[in-house]
Design a protein. Structure first.
Length: 127
């Protein structure tokens, strides 16, 4: 293993990062988070590894696309508001108050036909 890779591992360990494993494939180095867990059935320790990214001499560890996407989705999920938020739901309810009778009148016949169709379909599945 090249000296810059060993230096990178030492630096990570000094920062408190544990369970890193470096695998070399050809001239490239790949970083994995490796640990073990006990399998009760076979009564042995099983190694589990998760790919973190590729190690580059100039840039350090280049994260995998999977890790980058999961970090983006975690950041975006905090921006999404809850549907049950009172202000939004009361606004929707108030805005549909005048439309509700019109929608019921317009779609009542279609709704009856759809319900009848669903009932016929469910009866055919029991045959």
């Amino acid at each position: 293993m090249e000296s810059w890779v060993v230096d990178w591992i030492k630096e990570q360990r000094s920062l408190g990062v544990k369970c890193l494993e470096i695998k070399q494939r050809g001239t490239k180095y790949y970083v994995y988070h490796s640990t073990t867990h006990w399998d009760k059935n076979i009564k042995k320790a099983i190694k589990t590894s998760k790919y973190l990214g590729r190690l580059d001499r100039e840039r350090g560890m280049v994260e995998s696309h999977e890790n980058q996407e999961s970090q983006r989705s975690e950041a975006q999920s905090t921006d999404v508001r809850n549907v049950t938020e009172y202000g939004n739901s009361i606004l929707l309810q108030e805005s549909l108050k005048d439309l509700k009778p019109l929608l019921i009148g317009a779609f009542l016949e279609i709704g009856k036909k759809f319900t009848l169709y669903q009932n016929c379909e469910s009866l055919e599945t029991f045959r």
